[in-house]
Design a protein around this ligand. Structure first.
Ligand code: 2AM
Ligand code: CA
Length: 260
């Protein structure tokens, strides 16, 4: 397992850095901005081209692997429990990319036989690559990150996704009221990074599998809790309402949800 983790990590970190460089080089040539599920759910030529770069690399190195890519037309979840599966989000935070050329990530998370293996998330405009795995631990560039520290909800900031926060479907507003404050990054990858760097205490969001896997592997590797909002295991074949937090803040959040 460790040998496979090291091999896959050396490839995905290289590809992620290459993708980030491609994104930077093409920031002023973004074309074909299209809407997906709505006016603020966008896809651009950059998302599609970076998806192609990942597909080519993965198919060349790991021809038997399954690829679940946000911008791939076909998403076949039937084999994600067998061998290697790569979940790729070529641009995470496309609305930020389009509106402010900042605060977006490229991310890839890898499962082996359905279990977390390793992942990489790059904060493109800050040149910070977060990478690691269950056996390796987690690094920012070449600095090792610390394991999760326990702290109650009231002491920390909570990351939320904006439109879902307005809906308040699982007590997000009440949870935020019991924390030091709510923050909105507009990129799931960057929200996971706020957790693993100790800047946010929790993250509550509705996310697709490619928004989840890379961050999930990094937070798990550092000992954070990550479940759906009912406290159950996340299903990587569909959209999930997730909670990520340290042990103590997680308990506080679940208690608040149960109280309604
Ligand atoms: P994306 O940029 O890759 O689409 C924004 O709140 C965060 O949620 C981003 O990470 C975004 O990923 C993700 N997201 C998931 N589903 C979304 C949707 N339907 N519309 C906008 N963002 C979505
Ligand atoms: Ca995306």
């Amino acid at each position: 397992m460790t040998k496979l983790e090291i091999d896959v990590l050396s490839n995905i970190t290289e590809w992620t850095v290459e993708a980030a460089q491609y994104a930077k080089n093409h920031l002023n040539q973004i074309s074909d901005i299209e809407e997906k599920s709505g006016e603020y759910d966008l896809v651009t030529s950059l998302d599609k081209n970076i998806q192609k770069i990942f597909n080519q690399h993965i198919q060349e190195k790991y021809p038997d692997a399954t690829i679940i890519g946000e911008e791939n037309f076909d998403k076949n979840y039937s084999d994600i429990d067998k061998g290697l599966t790569f979940f790729v989000d070529p641009i995470d935070g496309t609305l930020n990319l389009v509106k402010k050329h900042d605060c977006f990530a490229v991310m890839v998370g890898v499962l082996y036989n359905g279990e977390s293996l390793c992942s990489a998330i790059i904060d493109v405009m800050n040149d910070k690559l977060y990478w690691g795995g269950i056996a390796t631990g987690v690094y920012c560039n070449d600095i090792k990150l610390n394991a999760a520290q326990d702290s109650p909800l009231k002491n920390g900031l909570v990351g939320v996704s904006w439109r879902q926060f307005l809906k308040n479907s699982f007590s997000e507003i009440n949870i935020a009221k019991h924390s030091a404050g709510a923050r909105v990054m507009g990129s799931a990858g960057l929200e996971f990074i706020e957790i693993i760097t100790g800047k946010h205490i929790a993250y509550i969001a509705t996310l697709m599998p490619w928004d989840i896997v890379a961050g999930k592997i990094l937070v798990e590797s550092l000992g954070y809790k990550i479940t759906n909002v009912r406290g159950n295991k996340i299903n990587l074949k569909k959209s999930n309402n997730i909670i990520v937090a340290n042990e103590l803040a997680y308990k506080d959040i679940r208690k608040l949800q149960m109280r309604g």
